[in-house]
Ligand binder design. Structure first.
Ligand code: DGY
Length: 378
């Protein structure tokens, strides 16, 4: 009997051990797979580093290291694994020595400025890698006329920007900033608010621009049981079905039917002041406008007027034109506006992925591989 018990116990232990091993194997496989981060690049570069000297790496021009418009310090090591990193300051100092080394420019927050002068001083330049999706700060035609490719990072930015869209919609609907002011004010003795918010649940959200970000907004809105309308140059039937969205052929129809209107388009000559007096006039007086793309998509004077006159109820903006607005701008005086400082991609994860996506694009151009995200002039 004792022997049987011992055998049973041994079997159980063996079984548990093999499950453990299996689980370990499975988990490490999953962890490795989900880690599509700097680490992957690091590993592959480390293997190559034995055969590749730093001086052989292609030169990449960056604005500066650190500072609000510079490459994040934590990304420098990663960039240096693939490139010979040259800052604008270094380039200005030794132009003649460096000009032929620079094959790419890494543009972050619109810096460095890529103008004719810069393009003319870089004879071997092959690609402008924009870190971010919006390329309105780049003269696409001019850059292309130099035979230089342009790339952007539409995938890296989509989740964080969609999150900001949802955050602004919720904050505006529930008057979060006003509530926060009351709760935190030293003057507050009792919590007594004389206003009510509105719910986003089951309300109608109209999304103008169903690209990567617009689609991620729709996915999130679906979880709020929202009735989703969208307008886009091209109808996206597959995505429509996934999120249960309804296509509006015209912006006018979308504006008339929506409780919340979210702007998620690229800024181009066609979308400049897309939302003006006429469009605001079509919206419901209870509607809220949310802008997470570019400030110039909205006629801000018309918006301020509409907000003052009750044409629409409120606005929540992560972007303005210019940024920041002049301190005496009328939009800053209004209670029914919330403005955040263009923080759609301001997360550790998004910035890391933007750098990775930009590097992937640049390396594809430099190695004559298919380019994941190329931008073409209109
Ligand atoms: O364009 C983008 O991706 C964001 O606005 C960050 O610049």
């Amino acid at each position: 009997m004792l022997r049987v018990k011992a055998i049973c116990l041994a079997r159980c232990v063996h079984l548990a051990a093999s499950w453990g091993k299996l689980a370990d194997k499975y988990l490490s496989k999953r962890t490795k797979k989900s880690r599509t981060s700097l680490l992957n690049y690091r590993t592959s570069r480390n293997n190559n580093s034995k055969i590749m000297e730093r001086k052989e790496l292609p030169g990449i021009l960056v604005s500066e290291i650190g500072g609000p418009f510079g490459v994040l310090e934590s990304h420098v090591e990663f960039l240096k694994m693939h490139f010979n990193l040259i800052t604008m300051k270094e380039f200005q100092k030794s132009k003649e020595e460096l000009r032929e080394k620079i094959k790419s420019v890494f543009v972050f927050e619109g810096r460095p400025l890529v103008d004719r002068e810069l393009l003319e001083s870089l004879p071997d330049l092959r690609v402008i890698g924009n870190s971010g999706v919006g390329v309105n700060h780049l003269d696409l035609k001019l850059i292309s006329s130099f035979g230089v490719k342009i790339t952007n990072t539409p995938h890296a930015v989509s989740d964080s920007t969609a999150d900001i869209g949802m955050a602004l919609m919720l904050a505006s609907a529930r008057r979060l900033v006003e509530g926060c002011d009351i709760a935190m004010s030293p003057q507050t003795k009792h919590f007594c608010v004389d206003w009510l918010g509105v719910e986003v649940t089951r309300a109608t959200l109209g999304i103008i621009g169903m690209g990567n970000i617009g689609y991620k907004v729709a996915k999130r809105a679906k979880a709020f049981d929202m009735n989703i309308l969208y307008h886009n140059r091209n109808r996206r039937k597959e995505e429509e079905q996934v999120v249960g969205a309804t296509y509006c052929k015209t912006i006018e129809e979308l504006l008339q039917r929506s409780d919340f209107v979210m702007l998620v388009v690229n800024l181009t000559s066609e979308t400049h002041k897309l939302i003006g007096k006429k469009e605001l006039g079509l919206m419901k007086p209870t509607a809220i406008l949310i802008n997470i793309c570019r400030g110039a998509v909205v006629d801000q004077d018309a918006l301020a007027e509409a907000l003052q006159n009750g044409i629409i109820k409120a606005a929540a903006l992560d972007v303005t034109d210019p940024e920041p607005l002049p301190r005496d701008h009328q939009l800053l005086q209004l209670k029914n506006v919330i403005i955040t400082p263009h923080i759609g991609t301001a997360t550790v994860q998004a910035l890391r992925m933007m750098t990775e996506e930009a590097v992937e694009n640049i390396l594809a151009v430099l190695n004559d591989r298919p380019i994941p995200s190329e931008v073409y002039p209109n």
